[in-house]
Design a protein. Structure first.
Length: 700
């Protein structure tokens, strides 16, 4: 501020007789000054005045400036002359690019500061103690301008993400700045500020939404896989098990009408094989479905574990981002919500927000994700007694079972249980068909007897009681009773019958074992018996001898597999005895050994509708229909549950969309509102600027 000198201590105020420099009379050069330099300095001052629009007071309080301060005038002109000389030395063009000389800038800015900035914390006594300033009004306009500009940016961002999956509408929340006290009894506003940018979200609604998603996914998966189970039963065709069973038992009724007909016997064998093959195929399909579910469980478990890790990592990022108290990290929270939505599709979860910004995730109140740590989702593999792999969803951290009840994993686990139960039911149906039919068949006789016969089922301990399943490993347990062995001489037609006792009452240590049973049969004249290889082997002593059995009340013949129609123990290995396929004459239709007798065939035909204690008092036919109806009922319930969950999901989704979704119409209204506020703030700044120009004009 060279050239102002002592004027710094005396602010220049407005003068009544101020005139433009151009209209002032020419000054005389100071003593000793070059007239040419003095004239150039005067021209420079006039040019600066014309360019900036400033005026210089011509007189103050009625006295000319030179008269008031001749020393200042002389010094001022000397400085101007020195600048002109320097400009000439640099070249005539250099002075055109110099900043115009502001001879009054120090004092003028000081006066502007005094007018625009009253003393902080106390009223400006020079303005009558009001504390109100143009700079305060300018700050109000400035904050309004910046705030509404930010609001416009928020609306623009909402519009830009109208089709972005998982995006949550953001809301700019405005709040007034703290008031300023301008008098002991008076406060004035200081503008507006952007308090926060928050997501339009209802965490309770989101939690219910995730629950509906889990239930819907569970129902959808169950509906899909139960449909595949229904397809395996193939009940809508004429080749289902119900039809095959009816055909099989009808063939026995037909045989009862003509017990000596070999063709009808072959039909019985074929119908039995049709039932057996269908049961094997059905069980195989169910096992295949179970394997597919196990494979699917493995993939979904891996997905759930990866998502849980991502949620934990997102928690870490949010904690770091929000740790400075700068407000919620909306983008990161949207990403985490999407991950939680995906996780809820796989398993049933509960979420609990934390003050740090993290969200803890629980599965049936057991923690899965705590802040930035996850316990992991894994799959434990075990082998059951049948040699099959069983998979269980677990927490990887401690290998404990995860109580998954919903989501795709929950739905698959439920269907897996249904498949395993269905397999057990089919096995029970097949096992009862095998044992009950074999008990009748083993006590009957065919058109011919056996010259040699071996039991199809072996025991592991030939000295153990035959009803000790743990020792013998027999699939069917015999009971206390007896049976008759018939030895026929084909040449003479004479038949001898011997009653064989089966002692399995458990009262003494003499319960019948395979060894003792073989010894009892071996004592019958004309035949030999042993327990070699854990099987009962009975052989006629001569080629003219035939062996047959009847009146088995113990079921031991059926349990061991002597003179049986079916072999096997369940749906996995049920089959027609191979000896009947090659020798249909062995098929037992008679009970008393006479060719025309049909008592055994009739008894087997009635078995279809006969109530069986081993099946809970229902027949084979009713048992099968119960299995099919149970699957159909579960499928219908899964369909209903899925539809109900989908309806709830759609309702909650609509509510969430109304709250958190972006409405272009609403954002357009917000844009217009912010635009008008922005224009108003700009107008405030413009008005204050004009007022400041007026003040500046008064100062100069």
């Amino acid at each position: 501020d060279e050239g102002n000198g002592h004027l710094r201590d005396e602010p220049i105020g407005p003068a009544a007789g101020s005139l433009p420099i151009a209209d002032r009379p020419a000054r005389s050069p100071p003593p000793g000054a070059d007239p040419a330099d003095h004239a150039a300095a005067q021209a420079h001052i006039r040019a600066d005045t014309e360019q900036t629009g400033r005026t210089v007071p011509h007189e103050r309080r009625g006295a000319p400036r030179q008269a008031r301060c001749p020393a200042h005038a002389g010094r001022r002109h000397r400085v101007a002359e020195q600048r002109v000389v320097k400009a000439r030395r640099r070249g005539s063009g250099a002075s055109q690019h110099r900043r115009p000389v502001d001879f009054f800038r120090g004092s003028a800015r000081r006066r502007l500061h005094e007018i625009g900035h009253p003393a902080r914390g106390r009223p400006d006594r020079r303005n009558g103690g009001s504390g109100v300033s143009l700079n305060g009004a300018l700050n109000v306009g400035k904050t309004a301008l910046a705030t509404h500009q930010a609001a416009i940016q928020v609306s623009s961002n909402n519009i830009a993400n109208v089709n972005t999956p998982g995006y949550t509408r953001q809301v700019a929340r405005l709040a007034p700045n703290p008031d300023q006290q301008i008098r002991p009894d008076l406060f004035i506003g200081t503008g507006v500020n952007l308090e926060s940018i928050t997501r339009a979200i209802d965490e309770s609604l989101n939690s219910r939404m995730r629950g509906a998603v889990s239930e819907g996914e569970s129902g959808g998966v169950a509906r899909q896989w139960l449909g595949r189970i229904e397809a395996a039963f193939n009940e809508l065709s004429d080749q289902d098990l119900s039809t095959r069973l009816s055909t099989f038992f009808s063939s026995w009724s037909n045989l009862a009408n003509k017990p000596q007909d070999i063709g009808l016997r072959q039909i019985v064998v074929q119908a039995g094989e049709s039932v057996a093959s269908w049961m094997r195929d059905l069980r195989g399909q169910l096992k295949s479905l179970n394997t597919d579910i196990n494979d699917r469980l493995k993939g979904l478990t891996s997905d759930a574990d990866a998502i849980a890790r991502q949620v934990a990592d997102m928690n870490r990022q949010i904690i770091q981002a929000e740790g400075g108290g700068t407000g919620p990290a909306n983008g990161l929270r949207d990403q985490r919500d999407q991950l939680l939505q995906k996780l809820s599709e796989l398993i049933n979860i509960e979420t609990r927000p934390q003050a740090s910004g993290a969200v803890n995730v629980y599965v049936n109140s057991i923690p899965l994700v705590l802040d930035s740590t996850t316990r992991g989702v894994g799959l434990r593999q075990e082998t059951n007694a049948d040699g099959e792999v069983v998979r269980t969803v677990i927490f990887k951290a401690d290998d404990s079972e995860m109580p998954v009840t919903a989501g795709q994993l929950g739905g698959l686990d439920a269907v897996k249980g249904t498949i395993e139960k269905t397999i057990e039911q089919i096995d029970a149906l097949a096992g009862n068909l095998i044992f009950e039919l074999n008990k009748i068949h083993a006590s009957g006789q065919g058109l011919e007897g056996f010259s040699t016969i071996q039991s199809t089922n072996a025991v592991t301990d030939t000295t153990a009681a035959l009803n000790s399943a743990a020792d013998t490993q027999l699939k069917f347990a015999p009971t206390n009773g007896s049976f008759v062995v018939h030895v026929k001489n084909k040449q003479t037609g004479l038949t001898s019958s011997t009653l064989i006792q089966v002692d399995l009452d458990g009262l003494n240590a003499d319960d019948t074992s395979l060894d003792s049973l073989a010894a009892s049969i071996n004592a019958v004249a004309g035949i030999s018996a042993n327990s070699t290889g854990g099987r009962l082997n009975v052989t006629a002593d001569t080629a003219t001898t035939e062996i047959s059995f009847s009146q088995d009340s113990s079921g031991v013949l059926a349990a061991l597999g002597i003179n049986t129609f079916f072999t096997g123990a369940d749906a996995g290995d049920i089959a027609v005895n191979t000896s009947l396929k090659t020798r249909p004459g062995l098929l037992a239709a008679a009970r008393n050994g006479q060719p025309a007798d049909n008592q055994t065939a009739l008894a087997i035909a009635r078995l279809e509708t006969q109530s069986l204690v081993s099946l809970g008092g229902v027949s084979l036919k009713d048992s099968y229909e119960g299995i099919v109806n149970g699957i159909a009922s579960q499928a219908a319930r899964a369909q209903s549950d899925a539809e109900a969950a989908d309806a709830i999901r759609e309702t909650l989704s609509a509510q969430r969309e109304a709250l958190s979704g972006v409405s272009l119409d609403e954002e357009a209204v917000n844009l217009m509102r912010s635009q008008r506020a922005f224009q108003g703030a700009a107008r405030v700044i413009s008005v204050v600027d004009e007022m400041m120009r007026t003040v500046l004009a008064l100062i100069r």
